[in-house]
Design a protein around this ligand. Structure first.
Ligand code: AMP
Length: 249
């Protein structure tokens, strides 16, 4: 189970060892998850991690964990990345690649991996391909979660987050018991600035520009597995398992 695994080696880098590593599995799955913000990629990554026994390796999580670390604990690559993040920019390719290379042990893990948030550009995808080739690791596939933009806007614009404990609700699919109030701590529920419909459309355009070329890269490599992200998380998950089954799950 994901909850019982620890991802120290991924979150903290090579100086850390996972206390509870992913189980060594007979069939380690090595997958990349692609999809625009709001398609439910994070939820699918959790469900897949539990089912396949592979760790959910999110580059965004590494940067968020590093933000909480002390300055002296940070590697030079990570300190540079945080400077870009603080300015609200995408971290440049060489910095992201240095960070992933420091964590190559997680790619070698006998439990497999589910990469989320990386690669984000074709240059990162080419570098990952070369890294996996050097390590004699085969990528099983790239799950590409697809959803019409109007559905993404409606999903994200209904999302509400507790200002105190950060729990996430949704006006239609997961409403709080009392409107505007967190079920867990009683805090006020707020809409994230970047979840407003006009901001969502801007984020989608940015995603299409920077990340969509990746789908073409992986289609040409014969690795792309398109999955419809319509319906409930369980329906999407079943669709994912069926698609992986077709590849020998
Ligand atoms: P995420 O949680 O994947 O949305 O990532 C949060 C932030 O981390 C992004 O807005 C970027 O600043 C940075 N980041 C994460 N992964 C990458 C990547 N592969 N390339 C560049 N920046 C990244």
């Amino acid at each position: 189970m994901e909850a019982q695994r620890d991802r120290s080696a991924w979150l903290k880098g090579p100086s850390a060892t996972c206390r509870v590593p992913a189980h060594e599995t007979e069939r380690p799955w090595r997958l990349i998850l692609l999809g625009a913000p709001g398609v439910g990629k994070g939820t699918q990554a959790q469900l897949l991690a539990d089912r396949l026994g592979a760790c959910h390796l999110s580059t965004g999580d590494v940067f968020r964990a590093a933000k909480c670390a002390e300055e002296k604990e940070l590697s030079p690559a990570m300190a540079a990345a945080l400077d870009y993040m603080r300015r609200g920019e995408l971290v440049p390719d060489p910095t992201v690649l240095a960070m992933v290379k420091e964590r190559v042990g997680c790619l070698r893990c006998r439990g497999g991996f589910l990469l989320d948030g990386f690669p984000r550009t074709v240059a990162q995808a080419e570098a990952l391909r070369d890294l996996l080739t050097r390590e004699s690791l085969e990528l099983d596939g790239v799950l590409d979660y697809e959803l019409p933009i109007d559905e993404i806007v409606s999903r994200l614009s209904g999302r509400r987050t507790c200002g105190s404990c950060k729990a996430v609700f949704h006006l239609t699919t997961m409403p709080p018991k009392v409107a505007g109030v967190c079920d867990h701590c009683g805090g006020a529920l707020l809409q994230r600035e970047d979840d407003r419909p006009e901001s969502v459309r801007v984020r989608m355009e940015a995603y299409a520009r920077s990340t969509a070329p990746l789908t073409e890269f992986y289609r040409q490599a014969g690795k792309l597995i398109p999955i419809s992200a319509e319906g409930s998380p369980e329906e999407i998950f079943q669709r994912t398992l069926t698609a992986l089954g077709a590849k020998g799950a």
